[in-house]
Design a protein around this ligand. Structure first.
Ligand code: CUK
Ligand code: CUA
Length: 649
């Protein structure tokens, strides 16, 4: 007996079934007919009630999983709880986030200038693929990395405090997509270019596409102890001018390899007003594109041997060297591939061709055998060996029109999003047979299964990330939210549980991690911590040591915040002064966050308990400006205020 039937039966017995105490009295008063009435009134089917029971999370109860979803054009990372689908946080990453004071203080402003070509702050990003840090191929809950496709950048987010700690960028490439993904022990965070350009920001007309334009894959070295990517220890490999697309790192059987899809092996570059076909039709001429196979450990040794060129400050293995050293192989892959995903055991590399009806399953054992036997079917125009397709695959599973991305469960099933059909296809990895298909609403892109990218997926849940919502929510004008749909994958047939609108930009990918793997702090200890370094800030202020100091570089204000006052609460400067505010929230109580603003100065800081922040600005307009706390922190919150006086010259 399942869900609703069980509830009804319990109701008929006049028992509340010993359910959660918060709902105990409600169900006692409901009784069997009460529940039926309510279902009727709300037009709910038994399946609806079962779905509700599987997602409803009573007050005070926490979710079993975290879902980390890219915020798309919002440039921030969306944190949700599963199965409730409650949004827990938007982490400011590639764009200013005013509530968190992200992009309104010295350190975070500097972060947002990383990757800009003119030294100005970047205020938008195009986030696609979050990647949780891994240990032995399993999410370890320490960090998450994300990419910006539009302004090629990689960010590090610490899961200690759910805050961005670093952004790195290379001027080697001008756009990217196959990012981020990590090697099984997070030795490297990998970023692959998308649209080929002359490497290093040079100019060459697009007519010189074949000779001058190139792709590249960047291996950003991660220093786990420091929690930082190390640009000086990072390196890249030059790739032919195809549009490199999604990518994944091998694990277990395929450890030491990475795989990158490509489209446009035709090398079309547009020019529909210059006598060329439009880009989209040029790109789709060939039946096959190339799966790039790169043995990265071997490549790392070639870098250590110094066989690199430096471009835009990055050590790059030239394409010729990559070919000569056996660092790059191609395997043909069906029409306009998109997602490439490595199975939990690392044996299979699964590719979805957008204009195909199959998930194609490549075998790492077969690929390795072909490489070591030197069996090639040909070479591309840049001399890259092409392995024979039929000998490199284990088979194909016919799943429907427009397969994109694949995730995995704990029972040997793969789940592939089928874009054109708006469905999730469940199929067996063992015999490559389709098992079930579930309609989604609508235009599914990525999907994220519980621990679905690791060596040991959990099963249980899957989130379908749908691009179109169409009729799922109350109308909000022509720009509709995206629709995340929660799916129960425990049965043979998938069950749709819940729709969650995402109104923040187009999320592309998400990863789902068991909640108990994350050990977040709730207070910065001791007071005075800089959230970027997780160390005590050099300007941290102790209670009783507040002061205003005039120095050669301007006026330094050392301030503390505690319920319910700032000290000092009057600050006097002169017109034209450079002002350095150094503010520590000296509270050590959970959730005792203060905010700080000075009216009309475009300044806002979030000061969580124990946090220190610095902000520098020029007081260029004389006047009297109230400064106040922006979080309702206590009964005397409105009294947590003062004056910032700028005396005319
Ligand atoms: S994605 Cu980036 S175009 Cu299918 Cu990973 Cu949406
Ligand atoms: Cu502090 Cu309001």
């Amino acid at each position: 007996m399942c869900g609703a039937a069980m509830l009804l039966a319990l109701g008929c017995n006049g028992s509340n079934g010993g359910g959660a105490s918060a709902t105990g009295s409600a169900s006692a008063s409901l009784g069997g007919s009460g529940l039926r009435d309510m279902m009727e009134k709300r037009g709910l089917s038994e399946a609806d009630v079962v779905a509700a029971l599987k997602t409803y999370t009573p007050t005070g109860k926490h979710d079993e999983y975290y879902l980390f979803a890219s915020g798309g054009h919002g440039g921030n990372l969306i944190v949700m709880g599963v199965p409730s689908m409650r949004i827990l946080k938007y982490i400011g990453v590639f764009t200013p986030e005013p509530w968190q004071g992200y992009g309104y203080g010295d350190q975070t402003n500097a972060l947002l200038k990383q990757g800009s070509r003119d030294g100005k702050m970047l205020t938008w990003g195009d986030m696609h693929h979050p990647a949780l840090s891994e240990t032995k191929g399993d999410y370890d809950g320490e960090y998450i990395f994300v990419n910006d496709k539009a302004n090629p950048r990689i960010a590090v987010v610490s899961l200690k405090d759910f805050a961005t700690t670093q952004i790195v960028a290379s001027e080697l490439i001008e756009s990217e997509h196959g990012a981020t993904f990590v090697t099984p022990d997070t030795e490297y965070v990998i970023e692959t270019s998308q649209y080929p350009t002359p490497l290093g920001g040079r100019f060459a007309d697009v007519k010189q596409f074949n000779d001058e334009y190139r792709g590249a894959v960047i291996f950003w070295k991660f220093d786990r102890a420091k929690g930082r990517l190390v640009p000086e220890e990072s390196w890249a490999m030059e790739l032919p001018p195809y549009m490199q697309d999604l990518a994944d790192a091998g694990k277990l059987a395929s450890d030491g390899y990475i795989f990158i899809n490509s489209i446009n092996t035709e090398r079309a570059y547009g020019g529909n007003m210059e006598g060329n076909p439009p880009l989209e039709s040029g790109v789709s001429q060939n039946d096959m594109d190339y799966l790039h196979v790169i043995p990265w450990r071997k490549a790392e040794a070639v870098v250590k041997a110094g066989k690199t060129e430096t471009i835009a400050g990055m050590r790059v293995i030239p394409l010729e060297t990559a070919v000569a050293e056996g660092l790059l192989y191609f395997v043909p892959e069906p029409k306009s591939p998109h997602g490439v995903d490595v199975s939990p055991d690392g044996q299979d590399i699964i590719v979805g061709g957008k204009l195909d009806t199959h998930a194609t399953v490549f075998s790492i054992e077969k690929i390795k055998a072909l490489i070591s036997a030197g069996t090639v079917a040909g070479k591309d125009p840049y001399g890259v060996p092409i392995l024979p397709f039929q000998e490199a695959i284990r088979g194909q599973c016919e799943i429907g029109l427009g397969p994109l991305h694949t995730q995995f469960d704990n029972e040997g099933y793969a789940y592939t999003s089928v874009f054109i059909e708006s469905k999730v296809a469940k199929w067996s990895l063992k015999d490559l047979k389709l098992v079930d298909k579930l309609p989604t609403h609508y235009n599914i892109g990525h999907l994220a299964a519980a621990e679905g990218d690791t060596v040991s997926p959990d099963g249980k849940f899957l989130v379908a990330m749908n691009k179109w919502a169409i009729d799922r929510f109350a109308p909000v004008g022509p720009l509709l939210p995206q629709n995340f749909q929660l799916v129960d994958t425990t049965g043979q047939k998938m069950q749709l549980l819940y729709d969650s609108p995402i109104p923040l930009g187009e999320p592309h990918y998400a990863q789902m991690i068991k909640a108990d793997k994350i050990k977040a702090v709730d207070i910065y200890k001791p007071a005075g911590i800089n959230a970027l370094t997780h160390q005590k800030d050099e300007h941290a202020v102790e209670g009783g040591k507040e002061r205003v100091v005039r120095a050669a570089d301007g006026v330094h204000v050392y301030m503390t915040a505690v319920r319910s006052h700032f000290t000092p609460d009057i600050v006097r400067v002169k017109e034209g002064d450079t002002v350095h505010l150094h503010i520590t929230n000296i509270e050590q109580a959970k959730d005792a966050t203060h905010g700080f603003t000075i009216a009309s100065q475009n300044i806002h800081l979030s000061l969580e308990p124990g946090k220190h922040a610095n902000v520098t600005f020029v007081a260029d307009r004389p006047g009297v400006y109230p400064m106040y706390c922006t979080e309702f922190c206590s009964a005397l919150h409105l009294e947590m205020a003062g004056y910032f006086l700028v005396e005319p010259k």
